[in-house]
Design a protein around this ligand. Sequence first.
Ligand SMILES: O=C[C@H](O)[C@H](O)[C@H](O)COP(=O)(O)O
Length: 232
Amino acid sequence: MTTPAAPLSQDELKTLVGQAALKYVVAGEIVGVGTGSTVNKFIDALATIKDQIPGAVSSSVASTERLKALGIKVFDANEVSRLAVYIDGADEIDGKGYMVKGGGAALTREKIVAALADRFVCIADESKRVGVLGDFPLPVEVIPMAAAQIARRFESMGAGITAQIRMKDGAPLVTDNGQQILDVRGLKIAEPLAFESEVNQWPGVVTVGVFAHQKAAVCLLGTSQGVQTLEY
Ligand SMILES: O=C[C@H](O)[C@H](O)[C@H](O)COP(=O)(O)O
C-alpha cells in the first residue's frame, strides 16, 4: 500500500504558479512584474530565463530590489509604451477575473503597470478564489488629509462596515508613493465595475484596490490537483 502524498503547502502552491507563469513571458519583450509573496516566486523563476528578456517594469520598491538582486534590469514605466504581459498576485479573485489587491500596499503602482499591459496574468493559490469580493479587507490608498473623510464615506455605506488606517511599527504605514492605506472591512462587492468607478471619484482616493476595469485575463490557480488555468 502506498502512502498518499502530503498536500502541498500554500508556499509550495505559490512556487508552482510562479513557475507556471514563465510560459506567458514573451521572449524579447519587457515583462510587467507585480508585488507580493507569490510574485516573489515568479521573480525567482524569471531569473532562470533572464537572458531571454530585456528586463522588467516593476510595481514596487520591494519587487525592484528583488529583480535587481537577481540581475534582471528594471525599466521605468515611463520608458515603455506597452507591455505584452503583466504578472501579479491577488488577495481575492472572483469567477469573472475581478480582483481585490493591495494587501502589500502596492496597489497604485500595480494598476499603473497593469494599464500598460495587453494581458494581466494573475497567479494565486486556491485560497484566493472567492464567490463575491469583500471578505479580504479592501485596501484603498488615500491622501492622508482625506483619510477620515473617506473612512466616514465607507462606514456610511452600511452597518458593520469599518475603515481603518493601516499601521506599521506604531505609525500609519507610508506607501511607496508617500500616502496611506485604509483597510475597509465588512463590504460585499457584488458589482465590482460600478464600485470601482464610484470610489475612484471620491476626493482624496488615490487608488481603490478593486481591479475590475483592469481584471485578469488569465488566472493560474495553484490547487491540490496542480495548476488550473482559468480564462476570463
Ligand atoms: O499589494 C500587494 C499586491 O496586491 C499583492 O499582489 C497581493 O497582496 C497578493 O500578495 P501575496 O501573493 O503575497 O498573497
